[in-house]
Ligand binder design. Structure first.
Ligand code: G4P
Length: 197
């Protein structure tokens, strides 16, 4: 997605060979117009999948997921990383280990909002090692719902998350794919020849 790549080039900061900082439009301050375009793009890519629900994870997945939900006209459920005061019964949980942060979170969603009648699109802001996405797949499957695919705003293609998900036979749509972060520069993966025709 060109608009997103341009924004990453303009405002993204490669903090190291592994970490991209995008807190001016995605991870802290949020650009609603850009999120709207991102939501539209996800909706268009998954328009033929009969999606009934979007599942994401707090906090940075929520903005792009809500915009996709707006365009697909479906509700959005976000997995919580911490226990909620009002949400304690009928929870589906999975354990998610972050290699980046070296911490493990128990993530949860309520059975009430995702069930076997649902065809779920999972959305997240970043795809690195795929642990968050795998945890979300696990809880969606526990609910009995079907995972129709995964939409990612920024995929770090030099880490193995996308490969792991594709090996599971899951459709992954990433709006920006980063091949490398090198000397403070962001290098995008070239688009596949057939996508350019
Ligand atoms: P994984 O789920 O793909 O295995 O990713 P990992 O454990 O490495 O990432 C943990 C957190 O760090 C996630 O956010 C993820 O989105 C974020 N992250 C991973 N790589 C990058 C990066 O290069 N840049 C930025 N900005 N974030 C990255 P989180 O802890 O859940 O944060 P939030 O959603 O509450 O903002």
């Amino acid at each position: 997605m060109e608009l997103l790549e341009e924004r990453i080039k303009q405002d993204g900061q490669a903090l190291s060979e592994h970490v991209l900082k995008v807190d001016s439009f995605l991870n802290h301050q949020i650009d609603p117009k850009l999120m709207q375009e991102i939501g539209k793009e996800f909706a268009s890519r998954f328009s033929n999948e009969s999606i009934t629900k979007i599942v994401t994870i707090e906090s940075s997945g929520i903005a792009p997921a809500v915009m996709a939900g707006l365009y697909l006209n479906v509700p959005v459920v976000f997995a919580r990383k911490r226990k909620s005061l009002t949400l304690s019964e009928g929870l589906l949980t999975a354990s998610v280990h972050s290699f980046t942060k070296n911490e493990t979170n128990e993530i949860s969603i309520s059975k009430k909002y995702v069930n076997e009648d649902d065809n779920v699109l999972i959305i997240d802001d970043f795809l690195a090692n795929g642990q968050a996405a795998l945890g979300l797949i696990e809880i969606v499957k526990k609910s009995g719902a079907h995972v129709a695919g995964i939409g990612i705003v920024i995929e770090k293609s030099f880490q193995d998350g996308a490969e792991k998900l594709k090996e599971l036979g899951i459709r992954v749509e990433s709006l920006a794919q980063i091949a490398a972060l090198s000397n403070g520069k962001v290098i995008f993966k070239p688009e596949k020849a057939e996508e350019l025709i």
